[in-house]
Design a protein around this ligand. Sequence first.
Ligand SMILES: Nc1ncnc2c1ncn2[C@@H]1O[C@H](COP(=O)(O)OP(=O)(O)O)[C@@H](O)[C@H]1O
Ligand SMILES: [Mg+2]
Length: 285
Amino acid sequence: MMHHTQLSGLSGATLQIISDCGHAIVRKKSSSEQGNPRLHRQMEKQQAFSRLDGPIKTPEILNAGTTSEGIFYFDMKFVYGLDGHRFLEQGGPAEMRAFAAKLTDHLYRIDTLPCIGKTSAYASIYDSCIYKLIEVHRQNVGLSDELAGKILGGLERVRQMNIDTQGFCHGDFTLENMIIDSKGDLFFVDFLDSAFEHPIQDFIKLSQDIHGGWFQTRGRRISASYISYLERIMDFAVEKAAPEYAPARFILQSLNFCRILPYVRDEIQRKFVIDRITQFVNQTS
Ligand SMILES: Nc1ncnc2c1ncn2[C@@H]1O[C@H](COP(=O)(O)OP(=O)(O)O)[C@@H](O)[C@H]1O
Ligand SMILES: [Mg+2]
């Protein structure tokens, strides 16, 4: 085996492209022993997704193990393609249409897919939201008492949704965790446990880019018409697969940006995130 380039990720896990008898494979390694269980669950979720045999693919898992230092890793096939951000930045209208059709296909039936994550730690989406809000507020990362109070009030809408049955979710459904290959096939990577497994979690997370413009902080310039096209697709999908989400979407989008707050890299990013939290909370009437 020969070691090659490192892929960039956000989780702290490392990704290396390894050449194995001329075939490129990707090794994803946990950053620490404490991170092992989560990465292990990620691998299991990826395997469970591939067993669903749907229109969206995920790289085949080839091998898994533990290093001599006790660090868990798994190997998967390398996908020759672009992540969603780069794809949307560079792709032409025809490629974009094909991508949107695949995403629509998935989102329209997301409510019919089985739960593939572990049993959630919380009894409902509402419980997980309250916990998250308190956690972020306590961390002193720039979420003011006033803003936290407004979000808390807005979460009443989430309580009224009464969502206490788990369902399918990817868990970190961002454009960066999608890969589009040269044939136009769409792959999902980087599955994650969610505090409460439910399709709405994926709608919220996808909104981070589509409605929240997160790609800008990653240095990406995506055509406004592509973004508004994806916005429409999401709206239709929500109406079809998760109509209960609509009244609570702004407050959930606001809280989603709170989740990022502890991880911002600089004051410019912090301002971007606080602006989004404020904007979405103010849209909750
Ligand atoms: N099997 C793969 N083939 C090709 N590229 C991959 C593969 N897995 C991940 N990547 C690329 O590496 C990036 C980081 O991987 P990811 O699993 O999302 O790590 P992180 O958990 O750090 O975000 C992805 O956004 C994707 O572009
Ligand atoms: Mg990722």
